[in-house]
Design a binder for this molecule. Structure first.
Ligand code: GZL
Length: 333
């Protein structure tokens, strides 16, 4: 697993230093600020899929930023299947793209295809999710610290429990993200770190299962949770979409989401904020999907042989229910 703490973290400074000097022309070709013509950079991007509101916002950001940068974008949607991403990367290699970027569905199984890209002298940039591969096989990761998001979820749950006046034991159900995906592994790890350190005697995870980051998955698994654990106090969902699906199951069971079952989710998509403003989600840990601008800066710098930090971290914050209404109009995704 990529140990993010081994990497220097960088503010968005790489964006300031590299700067997108190229200005895009209508035909997608670009010229640098010195006015000299140059062939447009071709970027091969293998996206996870379209499983959640976060992913849609991430795809929109990548496409808009590539256009803005004047890059030629070859985009593929893997429908959450790692094998589809591997085929897409192989086709990018065959097309001799300048740079490959992808958000790996899961952390394992990438060594062979990354070695093929290395042999073809095509730099690979990870965006959003990391891989459990040799770090020499990719240039950098542009994305969030998921372990810290898990810690933040546990810390904000402390505030939610206090505000709700909850006393005594806390029975927690956990809706995990896609099995084997970095955000699922690391959010669970961060949440458990805080639990083990500060809530050994009062918090207990009574049920934990993947809902695959989708609303349908969240609803289906929550239905099962409620049958086997009617006395759940809290739901921790690894993304808003599974939380929104779970809300449907909770209401169908005659319970009040946000009251009978306190809910903490991760992402911060608009629908999550709407649910929070309606009192159905108690807190959201933001995970910023708008990685496009940072990614394109990195692609340009890498293509020009420049140096980038090993991890370009995204800035994000956390929101309690009473902040939802004011924050909604300002949300960008
Ligand atoms: C996190 C991203 C996750 C989101 C989900 O960076 O990989 O995948 O939290 C999305 O909404 O499906």
């Amino acid at each position: 697993m990529l140990n993010r703490r081994n990497f220097l973290t960088a503010a968005v400074g790489v964006a300031a230093t590299a700067g997108l000097a190229a200005c895009a022309k209508e035909d997608g070709s670009s010229s640098d600020s010195s006015g000299g013509g140059s062939k447009a950079i071709t970027l091969g991007f293998a996206q996870v899929g379209s499983e959640s509101g976060w992913r849609t916002a991430n795809t929109d950001s990548v496409k808009a930023s590539a256009k803005e940068a004047g890059f030629k974008l070859q985009f593929s949607d893997a429908q959450q299947k790692p094998e589809n991403q591997i085929s897409a990367i192989r086709s990018f290699i065959a097309q001799k793209v300048d740079v490959i970027a992808f958000s790996p569905v899961v952390v394992t199984g990438w060594d062979a295809v990354l070695k093929e890209a290395q042999a073809a002298k095509i730099p690979v940039v990870l965006t959003d999710r990391s891989v459990d591969s040799d770090e020499s096989l990719f240039v950098t990761l542009v994305g969030s610290d998921f372990t810290d998001e898990g810690r933040r979820a546990a810390k904000i749950l402390e505030k939610v429990l206090e505000q709700a006046g909850h006393k005594g034991k806390v029975k927690i159900a956990q809706l995990e993200g896609t099995t084997g995906a970095a955000p699922a592994i690391e959010r669970a790890k961060g949440f458990k770190e805080v639990m083990d350190a500060e809530h050994k005697d009062d918090w207990e995870i009574v049920a934990s299962q993947t809902g695959d980051f989708t609303r349908a998955g969240g609803k289906q698994v929550m239905q099962a949770f409620l049958q086997s654990n009617p006395d759940i106090d809290v739901l921790f969902a690894h993304n808003d979409d599974m939380g929104l699906g779970a809300i449907q199951a909770i209401e169908a069971a005659g319970k009040k989401p946000g009251k009978d079952i306190l809910i903490v989710t991760v992402d911060g998509v608009k629908d999550g904020f709407v649910a929070m403003s309606e009192g159905k989600i108690n807190a959201i840990v933001e995970c910023n999907p708008l990685l496009g601008p940072q990614l394109m800066e990195v692609v340009k710098t890498v293509h020009e042989g420049g140096k980038v930090e090993r991890w370009i971290k995204t800035e994000e914050s956390d929101f309690m229910q009473d902040q939802a209404k004011d924050a909604l109009p300002t949300r960008k995704y």
